[in-house]
Design a protein around this ligand. Sequence first.
Ligand code: FES
Length: 105
Amino acid sequence: PQVTFIAFDGTEHTVDARDGDSLMLAAVNNGVPGIDADCGGGCACATCHVFVESDWASKTGVADPMEVSMLQLAEGVTDTSRLSCQITVDDSMDGLRVRMPESQH
Ligand code: FES
């Protein structure tokens, strides 16, 4: 599936994600700036913070309690905040669009 990461300044990067990979890996494997993923996907760093556009929230699901507590360390958290390492991409997410916060610009 193709997913699009939108930087704080509006720059868009659309990449091919592999079914079953995390959204964070799709960014890192394709060199998308702004997703540092310092902890390598362990839900322990919050440098993979994204905002899921509202039409897509039903597909990406909700954060589990560990993700919710880690998100408290991220800047600019909103109701649409997720850690991209905790979202598993599947084919139903083709066209997914997520935004990145100012702190990851
Ligand atoms: Fe560290 Fe997602 S990569 S919390």
